[in-house]
Ligand binder design. Sequence first.
Ligand code: SAM
Length: 216
Amino acid sequence: MVTFSMKRAGCAEHRRTARGRGSDFVAFFRAWMGDPLRVASVMPSGEGLARLITSEVTPATGPVLELGPGTGVFTRALLARGVAERDLTLIEFGAEFAGMLTRRFPEARIVQADAAKLKQCRLYDGAPAGAVISGLPVLSMPARKVMAILTGAFGYLKPGGAFYQFTYGPRCPISRRILDRLGLKAVKIGSTRRNLPPASVYRITRRPALKSAVAA
Ligand SMILES: C[S@@+](CC[C@H](N)C(=O)[O-])C[C@H]1O[C@@H](n2cnc3c(N)ncnc32)[C@H](O)[C@@H]1O
């Protein structure tokens, strides 16, 4: 009897999750129709990519900054990794997504802003963040904007902190020129076919020996 009701509860949960996913697809597609350059994808990332991009984050990472969270696929994966919701700051430019995130993650800090203006947002006192998870479409952004995003993000990252970026392309979406200019290095941490289209994730950190051009 207990097993039966648990199964029914499981089915109901499954139906609720499936309905939630369906409405996320509709919301995402509508947002893409309204602003294809900003949204840059017709559907949210899959759970395989969400697991990969959050795979090095632990509860000990400390505050985590997420850029371009959309409907919150990576946010949910961060919570599943044990990050406390109150340790999350989500920077989302789109009003349609920012409202949805506020309802879904009431303990997280949601900031509706351009990630290129991170510095002006004064998110923390000092640099306590352990990781930045980026869902931003950096490949379609001008170099100046990408530099502003990285400079702002590294300004909040503690020594040893990392910026994680995914891409559908064959190489790191942050150009060698920008990495050199900011004293950063990029390492591919993995790829997944469990995403449409398949994607890779890069870990971007300060170069150790040379003095980095971005604040430590
Ligand atoms: C490719 S979608 C990724 C969404 C989500 N992370 C996912 O993987 O499903 C890009 C997201 O970045 C947001 N975005 C684009 N440019 C932005 C900017 N300059 N500042 C903040 N968010 C931005 C879009 O509104 C959208 O939510």
